[in-house]
Design a protein around this ligand. Structure first.
Ligand code: GUN
Ligand code: ZN
Length: 431
């Protein structure tokens, strides 16, 4: 039997939601802490000395002052947009037509899809992200490539073939029927294989006819344990377009709700410009919204109302939205979430930011018992951060009076240089 592995360092994990009550109270912090890994699972967390004493046979990997956290969970990405991240000067619809769709057309070639899937997972591992929920392209082969690469790496990922049957180039269109059939074949083949999950993926209302959304709703009803991901109310022009395409609908969310696409397990990316009825329905149904702060500033979309939506009890995840987002890093994403909170007059506490990038995102995707946590019984996906990874960060952290002051400079100024080690499924993936 493989030896147990004991990772030691400073340890931060969560025992509750830091948006409820005192933000620091739901935090489990061990100045000299550890987490014990066995066969891909976490079997214990706590004080380092107690764990050493209880498990003298374990191989110890000591990270010193390094900060041990659950691996980051990125709740909304487009892995096929890896190569065109940071494309200049457009807003959503023009950005899709000018940069995104031409790049996604390349995924007709399975070899290109495989190359980008591997590149994307290399980059995200280097940034400390161990799980993500990804859109693929319209090509079933793009989902095959993503899942095959994740399976090889033993990584917990969720993905789905993007479905669109209008308002995109011919080479990126499916139909209501082929979207249903191809998605069904993919989910039957991949959902539950290794650590892979399937998300039924209509891109958004402007690119899906009612017939296609109806087919997606039918497929989800037949496979209720899958997730469903799409976009909602990202930009005002987009919302006006949806209104003109679907004048019958009460609002944007209704264009999904009408086809069985609103319930727990539904992930709605962006969700910035929401109507009161939409907020009520998201809260009532237990669906999740996903905040994509670097994307929202980069594409010029607007200011997500984190404090307001959390106070309404919505499930909220955090995401890069690669490549509408401008970075692969969940640290950069936390920094952007902080800045958007400031612009709304509600600065987020560092514990809230770390929670969003771990347990919060895991909860939003219905996997809080498996990922985004170091609790015993969860999967052994771990990131270790260096809280002094650059001279600028180190000199600020040196003045810190407490844990949060020590962590916040890395949240605001850190990137992949702050990622000292990554463990995926109990195996070293970096460092
Ligand atoms: N809305 C529909 N498709 C996309 C996409 O690829 N990225 C973003 N940010 N918004 C979208
Ligand atoms: Zn997106």
């Amino acid at each position: 039997m493989a030896k147990d592995i004991l990772l030691t360092g400073q340890l931060v994990d969560f025992t509750g939601d830091p948006f409820v009550g005192d933000p620091a109270e739901s935090v489990l912090y061990e100045r000299h802490g550890g987490v014990l890994l066995r066969g891909g699972e976490i079997v214990a967390r706590g004080g380092a000395e107690a764990l050493r004493a209880a498990h003298p046979e374990a191989r110890v990997v000591d990270y010193g002052e390094g900060l041990i956290l659950p691996g980051f969970v990125d709740a909304h990405v487009h892995y096929p947009q890896t190569a065109m991240i940071a494309s200049w000067g457009k807003r959503l619809i023009d950005w899709l037509n000018s940069y995104t769709f031409p790049e996604e057309l390349k995924f007709a070639d399975p070899a290109y899809a495989a190359e980008i899937a591997a590149r994307y997972l290399d980059l995200t591992t280097a940034h400390g992200t161990t799980s993500m929920v990804s859109f693929c392209t319209v090509h079933p082969g793009s989902a095959e490539a993503f899942f095959a690469e994740a399976l090889k790496r033993g990584q917990r990922v969720i993905g789905g073939k993007t479905c669109m049957d209008r308002n995109a180039p011919d080479g990126l269109l499916d139909t209501a029927r082929t979207a249903y059939e191809d998605s069904k074949a993919l989910l039957e083949r991949w959902h539950g294989q290794g650590r892979i999950g399937y998300a039924i993926t209509p891109r958004f209302t402007p690119t899906s006819t009612e017939e296609q959304l109806e087919a997606m709703g039918a497929l989800w009803a037949e496979h209720p344990d899958c997730l469903m991901q799409t976009h909602l109310s990202e930009q005002l022009d987009e919302i006006a377009w949806v209104r003109s395409l679907r004048p019958d609908a009460r609002d944007y969310l209704d264009t999904y709700e009408a086809h069985g696409l609103l319930r727990e397990g539904g992930l709605f990316g962006h969700a910035i410009h929401l109507e009161p009825r939409e907020i009520d329905r998201l809260a009532e149904t237990g669906a999740s919204v996903v905040h994509c702060p670097t994307s929202n500033t980069f594409i010029g979309s607007g200011l997500f109302d984190m404090a307001g939506l959390k106070a309404r009890g919505l499930k909220v995840g955090l995401a890069t939205d690669t490549g509408g987002g401008s970075d692969f890093s969940m640290l950069r994403t936390m920094a952007a979430a902080y800045e958007i909170g400031q612009l709304r007059g509600t600065p987020l506490h560092p514990s809230q930011l770390l929670w969003l990038a771990t347990a919060g995102s895991a909860g939003a995707v219905g996997m809080a018992d498996r990922i985004g946590t170091l609790a015993p019984g969860s999967e052994a996906d771990v990131v270790v951060l260096d809280l002094a990874s650059t001279p600028a960060i180190a000199q600020r952290a040196a003045l810190a009076g407490d844990l949060w002051e020590a962590v916040f400079p890395t949240i605001m100024m850190g990137d992949d240089r702050a990622v000292r080690a990554v463990w995926i499924g109990g195996a070293p993936a970096l460092g």
